[in-house]
Structures are given as structure tokens and as C-alpha cells.
Design a protein around this ligand. Structure first.
Ligand code: SAH
Ligand code: MG
Length: 207
């Protein structure tokens, strides 16, 4: 990964630890080799931190990342919750808006040619999506319903030989919420093969 892109990823605002981001980049670079010509899609971009790692891999492979987010924040990003940042609220409407920060992150990383934002609700887009994916990264809503719905709607689009990455997978309930771990178990059950685990990131492939 080019040094200036790595620096941009590390500096970006968001929830992706550097070692996990680096593993994500490697998984994406490999996915592009395994399934040439197909795009990547990320569910849950927030301010674009993971998008820089994935976008860097996309650009390097001559493909693109679709970065899907409604930019209104997950439940855990709302006022009063643990992961809330008051300066990400659009005062006029009193709702979160991470899209301006996301756009700045992608612009400053020089990745506007490789990262295409899709601003909308994951199931609304997922229900009409038809393009096979070289890589799918699930990091959207972490509640039971959103996580399982993202799993059900999006994983059928992972191409044969393609890669599924899931973030915030915590086998020990003391470390974090259950739904990402549950959908990771579902993926194993559905025949995905685990390739790597770094922190809470799991990398699986459709074999
Ligand atoms: N990958 C990011 C963190 C994502 S946080 C990083 O590297 O920092 C989770 C994101 O999922 C939030 O930005 C939230 O707006 C988005 N999200 C939650 N539910 C969603 C839904 N139903 N549709 C689209 N985006 C959603
Ligand atoms: Mg996450």
C-alpha cells in the first residue's frame, strides 16, 4: 500500500484499528486477484476510514469500492450513546451527517476516482443490487436485526472465490455485542472458509 495512502487511512476519523485496516487492505488486494474485474462493496463507511484501505486496494487493482452508508449513524452513534460525536450532527435538522467528513476523507486521500459513495439505507440498496462482488465488507448497524439483514441481503452477491469481511466479531461477549459474531458463525455455516482473523476482523472466502 502506498505510504501516503496508509498515512491518510491511519489519520482518518473512524473505528478501524491500523492492524485490522492493513489486514483489510491485504484481503481486498487478494480478492481483486481472485475475482478480477468485480467491485468491492462496504456496508457502513462512517467518516471513510475503512474506505481508504479498501479504496487503496481497489485503485491498485483497477477496480472500485462502493461505499454504502445513509450517513445518519447507527444506534450506537446517536446522542447519549458510547460512540457519539456531537460535531457530526447537522444542527439545522438535528440529525447526524457523516457525509461531508466522508467526502473530505476520500478527497484528501486522492481516492475520488476509486471510491463511489452510495448514500442510502442498506436494505433499500441491497434489495435491487445485482452486481457480483469481489469483496463485501460488513460494518453497518450492529444490532441484531440490521446485522442479520445485511448478512442475508448482501452475502449472496459475493462472487464464487470472492471475499467476505466482517468487522467487530467478538467471540467473548465481554468484548462486545453478539450480532457481528452471529453472522460470522452463519457465514461459516453457509460454507464460507475463514482465511484470517486480526483483532475483531474476520476474512472469509466463498469456496
Ligand atoms: N467502517 C467505518 C465504521 C462504520 S460505523 C470505519 O472504518 O470507521 C457504522 C456505520 O453504519 C455508520 O456510519 C452508520 O451510519 C452506518 N449504518 C448503520 N445502519 C445502516 C443502514 N441501515 N444503512 C446504511 N448505513 C447504515
Ligand atoms: Mg466496525
Amino acid at each position: 500500500m502506498p505510504a501516503e495512502l496508509h498515512a491518510a487511512a491511519v489519520a482518518a476519523r473512524g473505528f478501524m484499528p491500523t492492524d485490522e485496516g492493513d489486514a483489510l487492505w491485504e484481503a481486498a488486494a487478494e480478492a481483486a486477484r481472485a475475482v478480477p474485474g468485480r467491485p468491492f462493496l462496504e456496508v457502513g463507511s462512517y467518516c471513510g476510514k475503512s474506505s481508504v484501505w479498501l479504496g487503496a486496494a481497489a485503485r491498485g487493482a483497477g477496480t472500485v469500492l462502493f461505499a454504502l452508508d445513509h450517513h445518519r449513524g447507527s444506534e450506537e452513534n446517536q446522542a447519549g450513546w458510547e460512540h457519539h460525536d456531537a460535531d457530526l450532527v447537522d444542527e439545522r435538522i438535528g440529525k447526524m451527517d457523516t457525509l461531508p467528513t466522508f467526502r473530505r476523507t476520500i478527497h484528501d486521500a486522492g481516492l475520488e476516482g476509486a471510491v463511489v459513495a452510495i448514500v442510502g439505507d442498506s436494505p433499500t440498496v441491497g434489495r435491487v443490487w445485482t452486481t457480483p462482488l469481489a469483496l463485501l465488507f460488513i460494518d453497518g448497524g450492529h444490532g441484531h436485526e440490521p446485522a442479520h439483514r445485511d448478512y442475508e441481503l448482501w452475502t449472496p452477491h459475493v462472487a464464487p472465490g470472492g471475499t467476505l469481511c466482517i468487522h467487530d466479531v467478538y467471540p467473548d461477549p465481554a468484548d462486545g455485542g453478539r450480532p457481528p459474531y452471529e453472522i460470522y458463525l452463519r457465514a461459516l455455516d453457509d460454507g464460507f472458509t475463514e482465511r484470517r482473523a486480526v483483532g475483531s476482523l474476520r476474512v472469509l472466502t466463498r469456496t
